[in-house]
Design a binder for this molecule. Sequence first.
Ligand code: ADP
Ligand code: MG
Length: 236
Amino acid sequence: MMNHMLAFERVSKVYGEKTNQTAALKDVSLEVKAGEFVAIIGPSGSGKSTLLSMAGLLLSPTNGNVYLDNVEITKLSEKERAQLRLQKIGFVFQASNLIPYLSVLDQLLLIGKLASNSKGMKQRADRLLKELGLSHRTHHFPAQLSGGEKQRVAIARAWMNDPEIILADEPTASLDSKRGREVVEMLASEVKRKGKAGIMVTHDERVLDLCDHVYTIKDGVLHLDDKVLFSGQMQE
Ligand code: ADP
Ligand code: MG
């Protein structure tokens, strides 16, 4: 378990009680190293969100272990996990999940407050908004933004705590193909440039060439499937 930012070791997840159980993940092993950006594709109900929630420390495995920077997260208390989540995990969701009554700037500053790390946060927020081409939207509210802008705010927000792990759940789902590709390029470049570990769940095969590995998941079983990657690249 050396130098892996994020690792799943024979992880299973069973939801529900005895008479009504769903095995959402079955014996899943996965390693995402620093600087690696991996995609997970699979049909609805195959376990993608369950896997991402576990990587984001929002959910614990029924069996097996999840390691974050070689720390076995199942051994931590709920409080320690919450703290680690704020410090090390950046989430980007499909629908950007912005808070309607906060301005663009306040969406970002809230993360600094939650992580009780408010020093220099205003400067950091301004810099991120500039990098993501959003300076002119600083004082706008989500309802005043386009889909692509909202998703960029969600990315800026996810970068606020400089997370080591970047998790994206269908980040392109609400965008046209050009904007979708831009968003994934931003995720990929952040992972590469800063040596982070990234996992993206997607249905969008057109962005798979931006990923280092592609996994498919079906009925809770995960497979490395890099041939999808090469066929995707050949189409270009
Ligand atoms: P995906 O994101 O690929 O659509 P999910 O991880 O959301 O898949 O779900 C995997 C399986 O687990 C599905 O059969 C789903 O119905 C079930 N499931 C997900 N969350 C819960 C839950 N909180 N309680 C019970 N079953 C769940
Ligand atoms: Mg899902």
